[in-house]
Design a protein around this ligand. Structure first.
Ligand code: GLN
Length: 534
């Protein structure tokens, strides 16, 4: 079945971590600037059904979609660059594909057949990709294949996309290969051989790339591009250079200067005028992100700090908010060890405690909460961060060793406890309270003032909650409950008066911040930090 959508498949070569997701998202941003509807899919060839059970050290942050799927962090880039809300179906994994095929086999859907990678697995992949096209009715479906060409795990996906190109037709499908062109200092030159090899590897699967995007440390020149075009059998103006830039938000502008949009529009006949696009809003965003004064230093106290990607949406949200406020944010990642030497916190203008799981690092986070309260340093707690704020607040108000039952089941004061509905759940995958839920805001609170709304919708990922048995007493001690679920049963936001800015939320606002629409709570936090400098 040939649909109406056009497809752009993005593969990667040479090495991982060259920013394939950002590159794909930037292509999407350019196409959006032509007024086209664009949706995106990330293919993760690993066997996990979703990213929810992966350690952030390995794969970075788990991005939660509005519909409650725990997905790859690239979906965050897509949402931020395309300014769309994606569904969980935008993340296809080998686990999902095989689970679906095996479930069908058990039901008898393939009775009589020997179920095989080709055609059953490849058909399933094609169906999942086409489903997104049909569901969203987007003009363009961008599909990024995770990993690098040549990985065993990605082969069925490449085969499926190759078939899809034949079925949908040459005019409706194109392949973009993202590679890396290293500069060898000793030789004083760039080397194209890795790009040639990875393109050869791609071509061995039957896929000829239409465009090659060469990532490099510095700009490469025209003769080098010509050489790549020649050896990789790509048109010279379809060899694109994307050198390192200081901000990821500049990438769409870099690709635009290389005429990426113009080429794509012609190649897959998108039916829009070559020069009809407008990236001026994006340019304004990039400019506002360059603001250098005043600079605030925000400390992120977490346990996955060795890999910055673990907190990528928080980092981006802080940048969006700083641009909105007219400031620059420097982030210091501080490991939440057993306990934190508060000397490390002295240079911070404010503190953010992000989400997390497990006991390691908890006492360090509690130290940071006490430090914030005692020294009037703005503090923003997200999910586990909010829970730590409640625990330490309780301890400072007479509930010695108050804790969360996640870390101490026998605590005398379980101020944070597992949600009732979670207690009967045994499986770990996809079983938390996930995705968007409404939150009622209490009038006259900092949260309500920040949002300037009565009811908001935010994304969640947790099993534990403020224990309602302690709600009244904690309120008597001064904790303000400024947001709850509409039935008033779950506490969603807490804050303190008599403090420059102290707010914790059970949800993850970082998943909703966009460069053109900074999140109100992040804006309020950054503004308070700036005001507190004086
Ligand atoms: N571990 C805590 C819970 O499950 C916090 C989760 C989080 O920070 N995402 O409730």
């Amino acid at each position: 079945m040939v649909g109406l959508a056009k497809y752009i498949f993005v593969t990667g070569g040479v090495v991982s971590s060259i920013g394939k997701g950002i590159t794909a998202a930037s292509i999407g941003r350019i196409l959006r600037s032509y007024g086209l509807e664009v949706t995106a899919i990330k293919i993760d060839p690993y066997l996990n059904w979703d990213s929810g059970t992966l350690n952030p050290y390995q794969h970075g942050e788990v991005f939660v979609t509005r519909d409650g799927m725990e997905t790859d962090l690239d979906l965050g880039h897509y949402e931020r660059f395309l300014d769309v809300n994606l569904s969980g179906e935008s993340n296809i994994t080998t686990g999902k594909v095989y689970m679906s095929v095996i479930t069908k086999e058990r039901k008898g859907s393939y009775l009589g057949s020997c179920v095989q990678i080709i055609p059953h697995i490849t058909d399933e992949i094609k169906q999942m990709v086409r489903k997104m096209a049909n569901k969203t009715q987007a003009d363009v479906v961008l599909v990024e294949v995770g990993g690098t060409v040549g990985d065993i795990e990605s082969q069925p996906f490449l085969e499926a996309l190759r078939q899809l190109r034949n079925e949908e037709g040459h005019d409706n499908v194109m392949f973009v290969h993202v590679t890396y062109v290293p500069y060898l200092k000793a030789a004083g030159e760039f080397k194209t051989k890795p790009t040639q090899h990875s393109t050869k590897e791609l071509r061995s699967t039957g896929i000829n790339p239409d465009m090659i995007i060469c990532r490099s440390e510095m700009p490469i020149d025209a003769p080098l591009k010509k050489k790549i075009a020649h050896f990789c059998d790509v048109e010279p103006h379809a060899v694109i250079n994307c050198p390192d830039v200081s901000s990821i938000y500049e990438v769409p502008l870099v690709l635009d200067r290389e005429n990426v949009g113009k080429y794509i529009i012609k190649r897959i006949k998108l039916g829009v005028e070559e020069d009809s696009h407008d990236l001026s809003e994006w340019k304004t965003i990039v400019e506002s992100l360059k603001k250098a004064e005043p600079t605030i230093t925000v400390g992120i106290i977490g346990k996955y700090v060795e890999l910055e990607d673990s907190y990528i949406s928080i980092r981006e949200s802080l940048k969006h908010a700083a641009a909105h406020v007219g400031a620059k944010v420097e982030i210091e990642y501080i490991s939440a060890e057993d306990s934190i030497n508060t000397e490390k916190l002295k240079n911070l203008d404010s503190i953010l405690i992000p989400g997390g799981f497990g006991e390691r690092g908890i006492s360090g986070k509690l130290d940071a909460v006490r430090y914030s309260i005692k020294n009037n340093v703005p503090l923003f707690g997200i999910c586990l961060g909010m829970q730590c704020m409640v625990i330490e607040f309780a301890r400072m108000h007479g509930f010695d060793n108050a804790h969360s039952t996640e870390f101490n089941q026998k605590t005398a004061y379980p101020v944070i406890d597992m949600m009732e509905e979670q207690k009967k759940i045994k499986d770990m995958g996809g079983t938390m309270r996930l995705g968007s839920y409404d939150c009622n805001l209490k009038e006259g609170t900092m949260a309500q003032e920040a949002y300037a709304e009565e009811m908001v919708e935010e994304r969640h990922r947790h099993r534990f909650e403020l224990n309602n048995e302690y709600r009244e007493i904690l309120e008597e001690k001064g904790l303000i409950i400024s947001g709850t679920s509409p039935d008033d049963f779950l506490v969603e936001i807490v804050e303190l008066n008599d403090h420059p800015w102290f707010l914790g939320c059970q949800f993850h606002p970082e998943f909703k911040s966009r460069p053109n629409r900074a999140h109100p709570i992040f804006v309020s936090f950054v503004q308070a930090t700036v005001d507190n400098l004086k």
